[in-house]
Design a protein around this ligand. Structure first.
Ligand code: FA5
Ligand code: MG
Length: 567
């Protein structure tokens, strides 16, 4: 049985690949709203003068008010709250509060009781509620609006979802995540309590968005929100990041079963015709390595027609290529990537992927700063999800992308931590409606410190799961390749627990953490690991004492919490 795999895993098994050079066709005639009344820079999005209004933005929290699985305290009226919860409501927002042996969290103004499953980390809660995607002059907000503008010509309805706390039902069950999916693990996901998590992806709102579609008779949406994952630490990973999801559905539109055949063909023609309306790749030469639209390892769903699946896959991929082309065209116009950036072809590639809620599924990667970086995941929406949302006769596609990853390419921002900076030297560089090249205000020295230890042979980490013996990575959070760097003591700990300790102590002063050595004692079979932590501030030079003190705290906490034995 095929289990869970991202592109990296599936790539090994992938067969056919097509390399297509998509040359510049016509300039995209997309509509824009990025311009403001302020003066536009010469390379602002203003390269296209057309303006239109975005479809009104709605907050999915409102659309979801009727959900039956909302937490009692979160959705409840104050007279249904316990004394503890009432007092919790008076505490600071986005914090944990303990009293008389009880513990609760107030997140986005709502209260949640903590339990043995809770693993909220002190470094995460203060970041909840910053809503960077809604601050007009912030690069993430500018990027969100650019993405919305690319899709606005097809009348997408744009949503946001403010409260990051969702039920495990929404985040996992409603999307068909199997019970043993690594994404459900406490080593990968922040649990508020056993029923609630900080959402790990915007797909947690997919069912609500499809229900909203059904009620409002719209057929396309985007959702932008902050998402949370216990993950690696490096320049393109942060435990809080932003995702945008988009979906497009086609309904048959006729209840009469005798007409179904006719309508089936009508819909196929509609998709075919819609394919012709996708803007050609405009300003840049994009080298696209395609993946076959479906394959036995990336199958057409049982209920689906092969030809329709191929058409939808084509439709999906070409829209996302148009998005990436637009981002690179804007970036080149702003001088990101050097003076002749516009003449350099961009390399992107489609790889087969796996998500529990789409099939076939794909990921799109871009060759950026000398390596392949994953931008997004996508696929043909699982039919049971559409059926459950009331869209029985619909077929559709969906994608979910990392907004920071696009913003890094758009503005030339080299490190994901910068998006959280409150330093004016960073923030003052960006203005609503403009794409401007980021100018580093200084490069401060790196300070590398190693920590080597023997890992314990008995489980000590937070994972509620048994040893994950399948060496494949999972989608939408959860990466079983990192379940443990060892095969001999698989449940002893999880690498993400190290990341969490380092992040809690060092915060944004940590640039990256890498495993640099692994060693198995030939006689005892014990395993030793060595991690290299790079301490570097984005805003100032760190003193030796400061770094030594942070590193001492890290090693102490590794010993006390993970029971490792320092070497
Ligand atoms: C998902 O989260 C799926 N929900 C996407 C999806 C939506 C698939 C709809 C199908 C249909 P994935 O785990 O691959 O997929 O994450 C999507 C993107 O988020 C990644 O491609 C990457 O761009 C970004 N991302 C993932 N983890 C991080 C991180 N720690 N920091 C920054 N960006 C990240
Ligand atoms: Mg992925």
């Amino acid at each position: 049985m095929r289990l869970l795999g991202t592109g990296a895993f599936v790539r090994a098994a992938r067969s056919a690949r097509l390399t297509v050079l998509r040359p510049a066709l016509s300039a995209p005639s997309v509509t824009l709203t990025l311009g403001t009344s302020r003066q536009q820079s010469s390379h602002a999005v203003a390269s296209n003068p057309v303006r239109s209004t975005f479809p009104q933005q709605s907050n999915l929290d409102d659309a979801e008010k009727s959900d039956i699985d909302e937490p009692r305290a979160a959705g409840g009226t104050s007279d249904r709250l316990s004394d503890f919860e009432r007092r919790l409501l008076n505490q600071e927002n986005n914090s944990v509060w303990r009293d008389a042996g009880l513990a609760g969290a107030k997140i986005s103004g709502k209260t949640y009781m903590l339990d043995a499953t809770s693993n909220l980390s002190p470094s995460i809660l203060p970041l909840v509620g910053r809503r960077l995607y809604n601050i007009p002059n912030h690069p993430l907000c500018i990027t969100r609006k650019l993405i919305e503008s690319v899709f606005s010509r097809w009348n997408f309805v744009n949503h946001t979802a403010e409260n990051p706390v969702v039920t495990t039902q929404k985040n996992f069950d409603s999307l068909g995540f199997p019970a043993d999916h690594p994404g459900r693990s406490r080593t990968d996901t922040y649990y508020v309590n056993s029923d609630h998590v900080l959402r790990t992806h915007t797909s947690a709102h997919q069912v609500a968005a499809f229900e909203h579609m059904q009620k409002t008779n719209s057929r396309k949406y985007t959702i932008c929100a902050d998402v949370y994952r216990r993950d690696s630490i490096d320049k393109s990973h942060f435990p809080v990041f932003h995702q945008m999801e988009g979906a497009w559905c086609w309904t048959v539109g006729d209840k009469n079963p005798r007409k179904r055949f006719e309508m089936f063909h009508k819909r196929k023609d509609m998709i075919k015709n819609s394919l012709k309306e996708i803007p050609g790749l405009g300003g840049r030469l994009v080298r696209v390595e395609d993946a076959v639209h479906h394959h036995k390892s990336n199958p057409v769903q049982l209920e689906h027609d092969e030809e329709v699946t191929s058409l939808l896959s084509e439709h999906l991929k070409r829209h996302l290529e148009a998005l990436v082309d637009r981002v690179f065209t804007e970036a080149a116009a702003a001088g990101v990537g050097g003076e002749n950036a516009a003449d350099k072809p961009i390399q992107i590639r489609w790889v087969e992927a796996y998500f529990p809620f789409t099939s076939p599924s794909f990921e799109l990667e871009v060759f950026w700063q000398g390596e392949w970086m994953e931008l997004l995941g996508c696929g043909i929406v699982s039919q049971p999800i559409l059926n459950k949302s009331g869209l029985h006769k619909a077929v559709g596609w969906a994608w979910g992308l990392g907004v920071e990853r696009l913003a890094m390419m758009l503005f030339g921002i080299p490190d994901i931590r910068l998006f959280w900076s409150e330093d004016e030297r960073f923030l003052s560089q960006f203005q609503e409606g403009k794409i401007t090249k980021y100018v580093p205000f200084s490069k401060f020295p790196a300070c590398y410190k190693d920590v080597a230890f023997w890992i314990p042979s008995s489980p000590s980490a937070a994972s509620p799961l048994e040893a994950r013996d399948v060496g494949v990575a999972a989608a939408a959070g959860g990466d079983a390749t990192k379940a443990s760097p060892t095969e001999t003591q698989p449940a002893a700990f999880h690498e993400n627990d190290i990341m969490e300790i380092v992040r809690d102590i060092g915060g944004t002063l940590i640039e990256d953490v890498r495993l640099v050595d692994e060693f198995v004692h030939p006689k005892t079979g014990r395993k030793s690991l060595c991690y290299r932590i790079n301490y570097r501030s984005l805003e100032r030079t760190l003193t030796n004492e400061e770094v030594n003190d942070l590193h001492r705290q890290v090693t102490e906490k590794l010993t006390s919490d993970l029971h490792v034995e320092l070497r």
